[in-house]
Design a protein around this ligand. Structure first.
Ligand code: AMP
Ligand code: GLY
Length: 431
């Protein structure tokens, strides 16, 4: 089976690594891929994975490529092509593709859509309002005492959320989005949510249009600096499982969130085939949804896939074809930790092109895998080419062991300006 994987970040490297282990895979192209993906080989044949210089947003180029190369399945990693309707485009052309169609991808592409859906179908979430005018938005924020999350409605690379703790911050955030165009078109409409307090966890549920298969829990670290200080980022590290919910509690959460979500999709005629990734807050009043994403999390994927025992290709195919119920989904009980190494300055401005040292040494350690995110090859060497550069991932029987192993691997790697958090999984160890 020949597969085209769209995307070039850490999530896609993890997807490529896991897909490459499927005995049914005969060819894997990654568009555009990265230096780490280009170095992967298929487990069955030893054949190299091929990166093709097509952007994840070049929909006509990707369609042309898949058609001419005879890709049997296209797998979509990032949110942007989904929001742009790549699934509808491929399906119209008679090509098989994994991911939600444009209507279903609205769960992530529009926070206003998601909020209205949750309110309509009784899914527990923050008290919220949707606004395009400064005055009304400010009045709503004021009713929350200024303690709120101000969110750009559209896609903003995980950065379109401003957390406010008083009215001055709230008015400033609203002004930045509605008047200053800080997030462009994505911020012309905003959602304001009450600030929820609690422990945040990531859920993932693979869906096939009728059923949802829940993954184990994981936890991301969104802020740039230790102890959850600094600005929000795409994610600075993850671990799985997150020990804040036992299996019974996880099933209870799923009943309160995933079941009404599935019923809501059926009632509204939404055919969701892909990954539903709700960000949830475990508040004193129970779990509440902060947002829905419609794809694998990054860097959640990096800690899920080393724990996944089943064949990912089988699962994605079954998800696309509406037959997930009978497809095996088995997990190893081991714990997994991913520490993101980022460029100095990220999530703000950062340099590119720094040589990365110690990669082979780190990757060669037992039970360690270094997933590439923003890397490229220049002059035959691996260099930095993005904000999040690497996801150093390790597994062990328990969380402490996985964490120790991940940080031991981090110590082997260096590049100019390298920054990372020292407290990934620390909270999970305090439980
Ligand atoms: P989102 O992209 O909506 O998940 O928001 C990014 C991050 O902002 C989340 O991961 C949370 O850490 C934080 N956040 C979002 N909404 C809220 C909220 N209503 N209350 C508290 N924190 C929030
Ligand atoms: N883990 C953050 C994200 O994928 O949006």
């Amino acid at each position: 089976m020949k597969v085209l994987l769209i995307g070039g970040g850490g999530r896609e490297h993890a997807l490529a690594w896991k897909l490459a282990q499927s005995p049914r895979l005969t060819h894997l192209w990654c568009a555009p891929g990265n230096a780490g993906m280009a170095a992967e080989r298929l487990g069955g044949s030893g054949k190299a994975v091929e990166c093709v210089p097509l952007s994840a947003e070049d929909l006509p180029g990707l369609l042309d490529f898949a058609r001419h190369q005879g890709a049997d399945l296209t797998v979509v990693g990032p949110d942007n092509p989904l929001g742009m309707g790549i699934v509808d485009l491929f399906q119209k052309a008679g090509l098989r593709i994994w991911g939600p169609n444009r209507q279903a991808a609205q769960f992530e592409a529009s926070k206003a859509f998601s909020q209205a859906f949750m309110d309509r179908h009784g899914i527990p979430t923050a008290r919220s309002g949707v606004f395009t005018a400064m005055g009304e938005a400010s009045r709503f924020a004021s009713s929350l005492g200024g303690r709120c999350a101000v969110k750009a409605d559209g896609l903003a690379l995980g950065k379109g959320v401003l957390i406010c703790r008083d009215m001055a911050q709230a008015d400033d955030a609203i002004d930045q989005m509605l008047n200053q165009g800080a997030f462009g078109e994505a911020g012309r409409q905003i959602v304001i949510q009450e600030l929820l307090e609690g422990i945040e966890v990531s859920l993932h549920a693979l869906c096939d249009g009728r059923t949802a298969r829940l993954f184990p829990t994981s936890q991301d670290h969104k802020r740039a600096l230790d102890d959850d200080r600094g600005p929000n980022t795409g994610g600075m590290g993850t671990y799985s499982p997150a020990p804040f919910l036992n299996q019974a509690e996880l099933i209870a959460v799923s009943r309160r969130i995933i079941d009404p979500w599935l019923a809501g999709c059926a009632a509204d005629g939404i055919d969701f085939r892909g990954m539903l990734y709700p960000g949830i807050m475990l508040t004193r009043e129970g779990p509440k949804v902060l947002e829905f994403n419609a794809r694998f999390g990054d860097p959640e994927t990096q800690v899920y896939l080393p724990r996944l025992k089943s064949d990912l290709l089988d699962l994605l195919e079954a998800s696309a074809e509406g037959r997930l119920t009978d497809t095996p989904l088995e997990w190893s009980s081991r714990a997994c930790v991913c520490v993101v190494l980022a460029s100095g300055g990220y999530p703000g401005k950062y340099a590119r092109g720094a040589a990365i040292h110690g990669l082979d040494e780190a990757d060669g350690l037992p039970d360690v895998k270094v997933f590439h995110a923003g890397t490229a090859i220049a002059g035959g060497k691996v260099v930095t080419s993005g904000g999040r550069v690497l996801g150093v991932t390790a597994w062990a029987d328990d969380l402490q062991g996985a964490r120790d192993r991940a940080y031991a691997a981090v110590e082997r790697i260096r590049f100019e300006g390298m920054q990372y958090r020292r407290d990934i999984a620390a909270r999970g160890l305090r439980v």
